[in-house]
Design a protein around this ligand. Structure first.
Ligand code: ADE
Length: 253
């Protein structure tokens, strides 16, 4: 049976996933707890990614080397960069770039040396499946979040976007910085701190990968407001529901 790896960026998200995996076994490697079990008849390994590109790359490498996962999905939150990418929306990555990679003038800005490219594409089939699941969940977002939560955050209709996510070792929390990112990478929809590193590791191993991020802020001067509350009330229920929809439709093989 194919083994699915789930990397969650946040404790609350991982807890929501583990609640769906009764009887999971903990295996500790390199200070990380990997949870091995089943979800909806699929063999699943779930782990906290840890924060930042190096920590996430180590976690991803262990997922592939020690646990032999056949596909890897990353869930977490991100700051919205693209026009119309608002708090409460979900972005499914079609590709990822390290926005802080710059070996110029030896290599073009953002290009990862010796890979000959800046963008690491996600697996098309996996991304389409997750995008469909995200779209279905967002159509009934109030049901997944609960009516009180929905009313408190006072949104219109949350949207699902597909496109470029950029990653770097910075929490982007000023309008100046997010504007600079928009100018350097005009196609970027969202910014976070791990995805492009995990995409590079999965590329090295030839393992299908995609990333799903709930927009928690606009990567501007208000980026830290209500962050923790958003994660527990919105991002974690979204992740759990999106993964559950996806696994329910995915055939066991
Ligand atoms: N994750 C969520 N919001 C973010 C931001 N503004 N910058 C980097 N990573 C994030």
């Amino acid at each position: 049976m194919a083994v699915i790896g789930i990397m969650s960026a946040l404790h609350e998200e991982l807890a929501a996933v583990l609640a769906e995996m009764p009887g999971e076994q903990r295996v500790t490697v390199a200070g990380r707890d990997f949870w091995v079990g089943q979800w909806q008849g699929h063999a699943v390994v779930a782990v906290l990614s840890r924060i930042g590109k190096v920590a996430a790359a180590t976690t991803a490498t262990l997922m592939l080397e020690r646990f032999g996962v056949d596909a890897l999905v990353f869930t977490g939150v991100a700051g919205g960069l693209g026009p119309g990418v608002r708090v409460g929306d979900v972005v499914v990555a079609s590709g990822l770039v390290q926005h802080d990679m710059d070996a110029s003038p030896l290599f073009p800005r953002h290009e990862v040396p010796l890979y000959g490219r800046a963008i690491f594409e996600t697996d098309a089939a996996l991304s389409t499946q997750l995008a469909e699941a995200a779209h279905e969940v967002l159509q009934e977002a109030d049901r997944h979040l609960g009516p009180d939560t929905w009313a408190r955050w006072a949104w219109g209709s949350p949207q699902m976007h597909r496109g470029l996510i950029v990653s770097g070792d910075r929490f982007v929390s000023t309008a100046t910085e997010s504007q600079a990112l928009r100018e350097a990478l005009p196609d970027a929809l969202a910014v976070e701190m791990e995805g492009a590193a995990v995409a590079q590791v999965c590329c090295d191993y030839g393992v299908p990968f995609t990333a799903v991020r709930t927009i928690s802020d606009r990567a501007d001067d208000a980026a830290h407001t209500d962050f923790n509350r958003f994660i527990s009330e919105v991002a974690s229920p979204y992740s759990r529901a999106i993964l559950a929809h996806w696994l329910a439709k995915r055939l066991t093989a």
